[in-house]
Design a protein around this ligand. Sequence first.
Ligand SMILES: *[C@@H]1O[C@H](CO)[C@@H](O)[C@H](O)[C@H]1NC(C)=O
Ligand SMILES: *[C@@H]1O[C@H](CO)[C@@H](O)[C@H](O)[C@H]1NC(C)=O
Ligand SMILES: *[C@@H]1O[C@H](CO)[C@@H](O)[C@H](O)[C@H]1NC(C)=O
Ligand SMILES: *[C@@H]1O[C@H](CO)[C@@H](O)[C@H](O)[C@H]1NC(C)=O
Ligand SMILES: *[C@@H]1O[C@H](CO)[C@@H](O)[C@H](O)[C@H]1NC(C)=O
Ligand SMILES: *[C@@H]1O[C@H](CO)[C@@H](O)[C@H](O)[C@H]1NC(C)=O
Ligand SMILES: CC(=O)N[C@H]1CO[C@H](CO)[C@@H](O)[C@@H]1O
Length: 560
Amino acid sequence: MFRPWMLLVLLFLSQTVCAIGWPHFFAARATTTTSATLPDLYEASVVELQAGLDAGQFTSVDLIKAYFARIDEVNLKGPQLRAVLEMNPSALAQAAELDKERKLTGKRSMLHGIPILLKDNIGTVASEGMNTTAGSFSLLGSVVPEDAGVVKNLRKAGAIILGKANLSEWAHFRGNIASGWSGRGGQCTNAYFPHADPCGSSSGSGVAASIGLVAVTLGSETDGSITCPSSNNNLVGIKPTVGLTSRAGVVPISDHQDTVGPIVRSVADAAAVLSVIAGKDPNDNFTLAQPSPVPDFTKALNPNALKGKRIGVPRKVFLNDSISGNDPFVNVAFEAALDTIRGLGATVVDPADLPSAEEIAVSNNETFVLDVDFKIQLNAYFAALLKNPSGVRTLAELIAFDNANPALEEPLQFQDQSQLIEAEATTGMNASYFQSLADDKDLGATRGIDAALKEFNLDALILPAPGLTTVPAAIAGYPIVTVPLGFYPENVTIALAGPQTVYPAPGVPFGLSFLGTAFSEFDLIGFAFAYEQKTQTRLARKAFLEAIPKTQLKDILASN
Ligand SMILES: *[C@@H]1O[C@H](CO)[C@@H](O)[C@H](O)[C@H]1NC(C)=O
Ligand SMILES: *[C@@H]1O[C@H](CO)[C@@H](O)[C@H](O)[C@H]1NC(C)=O
Ligand SMILES: *[C@@H]1O[C@H](CO)[C@@H](O)[C@H](O)[C@H]1NC(C)=O
Ligand SMILES: *[C@@H]1O[C@H](CO)[C@@H](O)[C@H](O)[C@H]1NC(C)=O
Ligand SMILES: *[C@@H]1O[C@H](CO)[C@@H](O)[C@H](O)[C@H]1NC(C)=O
Ligand SMILES: *[C@@H]1O[C@H](CO)[C@@H](O)[C@H](O)[C@H]1NC(C)=O
Ligand SMILES: CC(=O)N[C@H]1CO[C@H](CO)[C@@H](O)[C@@H]1O
């Protein structure tokens, strides 16, 4: 399917490419100058940052200044990655308070004084100075009743909200629009190849984490929105079981599938963040069903975790999926990963198919449930706002707002809102809805993931992260932990992903997903950690040179 704009985009891309120079894009392992003792912010882990803060090498104020400067270098300037929508005007003052507290009484948690970037659908109180908009102008200036549940946990733990990340608008529930685009943020792009698809919908969280624009980030997933940006940006993502982390205060798609989780550079950081954000929240009754207490997920970080385990490969989930199943590059890396897992002492059961795989591939139940839920839950979200200057109070008014503001919300090539229109046409929770909801549980869990785990006596399932491999876990509400798997080679054929984005492209990363039953995060984190420690794939390649920010802590300390 060729459209005239594709030619324009190709011309634009080839010009950009020539202007910057091909060789730079492929520079694996560009060197960033760092002082021997200070952590390199491109890769710095929570443990490293915490050690530097505890030792008094630098303060949280220094960290905030450094990350702000790094964002400034690449967000709208240089490669214009458009990963960050807003920076928190209160962050420096909050950091100063937390620095003082650390000196007086020590740190509250592993996240004390650690800057974190939130996907822009995660609510923060307006008094702090930031908007919560899911990327849409229809929510600009809106005032949420309170912080999201996960944000309350983060603040209690002493974390500092650095800002809000760009995303696929409405968490990619608007229509056929390229991943990473929002009305407010424009097109977010990948740091591994100019204009490459960052995937989504947690696009800005992924891109920001990939090059150290912040210590850690949060994303949300309904179907693929943590897994895919983790995959495309060489990162670790945890899509928690629905009900492990609170969705209260998060702009919704569906409470049956939405879940909030970390997108970070290592399994250890992911475990640290999940330990803080997980837990019961009276404002999200799905969380009341989770086992107590919340585990300390950092205790799962065992390099021998795969020894003696049985890991299954549900091949039918990706066999027919043209996005991942037919991709020779991903498949070669995936087969190598299976060898690595065998080498780590696990038995690989291959195939270990989901009995429901063929039915999932043709089912429309998920779309129907999400459409019905989105209309009800988004309307409730609008209704609960204390203020919304746009005047939008319902999904119907949102559709009208977009049409009335084409320059903001429907620029050329980003007009589509077919998903909003499809959801608006639903008529509430009727018998077909409850049937589809039950069918989804049956397909995803009972005759899906749980059936395969039981039939083959497995500890977990493993799949390539790209493509539609997230669907069974999405409709079951089950967890996925994604780690880096590999990178597209230099000679891969570059294809268009959207009007301004390409995929695949040389050097663009892809990931590996571990899946399990409800609340199996502790085990999955262990397996992902063992694989990560053995392979260290993330460190094999860096972003293209222009996308690597230069500011380091030493620059901030020198100007203090
Ligand atoms: C929201 O965005 C607007 C426009 O960029 C800005 O003026 C305002 O300070 C932001 N914050 C709040 C809480 O409205
Ligand atoms: C949560 O509360 C809603 C409305 O009160 C109810 O319909 C739903 O069944 C509850 N869900 C759970 C998981 O308890
Ligand atoms: C894959 O495609 C084949 C041939 O079209 C079909 O028979 C099979 O059911 C499909 N499997 C899945 C899991 O969709
Ligand atoms: C839902 O799934 C069931 C079981 O596979 C199937 O029979 C039914 O046709 C599906 N419904 C829709 C709307 O796709
Ligand atoms: C339920 O509502 C949908 C539209 O949302 C409609 O297509 C379907 O026919 C309805 N089912 C029943 C049993 O009324
Ligand atoms: C890419 O290069 C590899 C080896 O470097 C080669 O095996 C492969 O055939 C090439 N692929 C294409 C599409 O040119
Ligand atoms: C922090 C930042 O750079 N935000 C920008 C995000 O993108 C929008 C649209 O281009 C800008 O207006 C913001 O300044």
